[in-house]
Design a protein around this ligand. Structure first.
Ligand SMILES: [Zn+2]
Length: 400
């Protein structure tokens, strides 16, 4: 009996999750981004903190207090991996504050200390580096990469689902091509692509520059290329394009360090502080320092101390105060300069209050609807898990 001609074998479903860093709701609200391939879109509330907490929250479906990936640097002299850098405090600031020196040293330290995640020494003064620990020693983009609990890659690995994930040491284009190659080889049942270029651009040029929609058009071309490849090898593509947060222009600079330095208390002896670009986090070693600094912060009109109740509602109240006893947050549009993140101003920043206008993230899909209970970025995890299980079930029954 003659057999029907063989259909080219295609895999049933490819779950394709693409994170475009900083592609916030306000960035795309009046832009047709993704309309042709992902017409269903929704505004999502982000998570209080930087990408260092937003990305792990997406990848784990849990909140900062649960996964403990929050801000990068914490006061912890007993466990500081940077003690070996102490001799460098004698080097002149003219050398140690130079970006090129910092970049070289960052690389050196990362290799020496076997950090697997994202690491940057930023602008932490060598005088105080031995007081701090760095909280992302593992990569949240790998199985076992969270500070606490599992992430989507643990989930996929446990169920034997082969997946693609971005290699952050490679360029966006290289990652695009690597994903296309994996799709053409039909070697994956899930993909998580992380493009960081828009975030870097927005920091430089602000959210009103014509370079921003130009970059969105490029991403559209890349996603079209991915979809073209996927359609030849998978019967269905479940596409989700989303961001971790938005981006606000910085129109006001705040030299908070000068305010604190003017007080009759001493860093290391009376208190410790990390100046992030939109937050300052304090640890106090005596009541006098606590009182003086708290009073001084209350006089700073550009920001406020975030009350415990509010931190709790944001899932960022750490009972052990590991990330700071007092969290000072500036209002949207204010940038702390100099900070431990940078010596010089940048055009735009994120890490403001999640309900500030430009903090909101976005979620776009080619699926007909986004579930109503998907309102915050950690909920993207549910979509990943659900789509991965669906793909696995269909792929198994197709193979049977
Ligand atoms: Zn950023």
């Amino acid at each position: 009996m003659a057999r029907a001609p063989q259909q080219p074998r295609m895999k049933p479903i490819l779950p394709l999750f693409i994170m475009v860093d900083a592609c916030g709701w306000e960035i795309i609200r009046n832009d047709p981004f993704g309309q042709s391939f992902a017409p269903t879109r929704k505004k999502l509330e982000s998570v209080f903190g930087y990408s260092s907490t937003c990305v792990p929250s997406i990848l784990s479906g849990r909140w900062p207090v649960e996964h403990r990936n929050w801000c990068y640097f914490v006061y912890d002299p007993a466990n500081s991996p940077f003690r070996s850098l102490r001799p460098l405090r004698w080097l002149p600031t003219a050398v140690t504050s130079r970006r090129i020196f910092r970049r070289w040293l960052t690389k050196f330290v990362k290799v020496q200390l076997k950090f697997r995640g994202y690491f940057d020494l930023y602008n932490i003064p060598f005088r105080y580096i031995h007081l701090f620990d760095f909280t992302e020693k593992k990569s949240p983009l790998q199985p076992g990469g969270m500070n606490r609990g599992p992430n989507i890659f643990d989930f996929l690995q446990k169920r034997g689902l082969p997946y693609f994930v971005t290699d952050t040491t490679k360029s966006e284009e290289q990652n695009r091509d690597d994903l296309i190659a994996a799709i053409e080889a039909e070697s994956i049942g899930f993909a998580f692509q992380y493009w960081a270029g828009l975030d870097g651009l927005l920091h430089q040029v602000g959210n009103q520059s014509p370079e921003v929609p130009a970059k969105l058009r490029i991403y559209e071309q890349w996603i079209d290329q991915l979809l073209d490849a996927a359609r030849q090898h998978y019967r269905e593509v479940h596409l989700y394009v989303f961001s971790d947060h938005g981006m606000a222009n910085c129109d006001e600079l705040l030299d908070l360090k000068a305010v604190i330095d003017a007080l009759p208390v001493q860093m290391e002896k009376d208190y410790a502080v990390v100046y992030d670009s939109t937050m300052a986090r304090f640890w106090f070693f005596n009541n006098r320092a606590r009182r003086l600094i708290t009073d001084a912060l209350k006089q700073v009109s550009q920001g406020r101390i975030v009350p415990d109740e509010e931190l709790k509602s944001l899932h960022a109240l750490f009972e052990d105060r590991a990330f700071g006893e007092t969290i000072f947050l500036v209002r949207e549009g204010v940038l702390i300069v100099p900070s431990h993140m940078g010596e010089r101003p940048i055009r735009a920043m994120h890490g403001y209050h999640p309900t500030d206008k430009h903090s909101y993230a976005s979620l776009l899909t080619n699926q007909p609807a986004i579930p109503e209970d998907v309102t915050h970025i950690p909920h993207i995890y549910r979509l990943m898990e659900k789509t991965a299980l669906l793909a696995r079930a269909r792929n198994l029954s197709a193979a049977a």
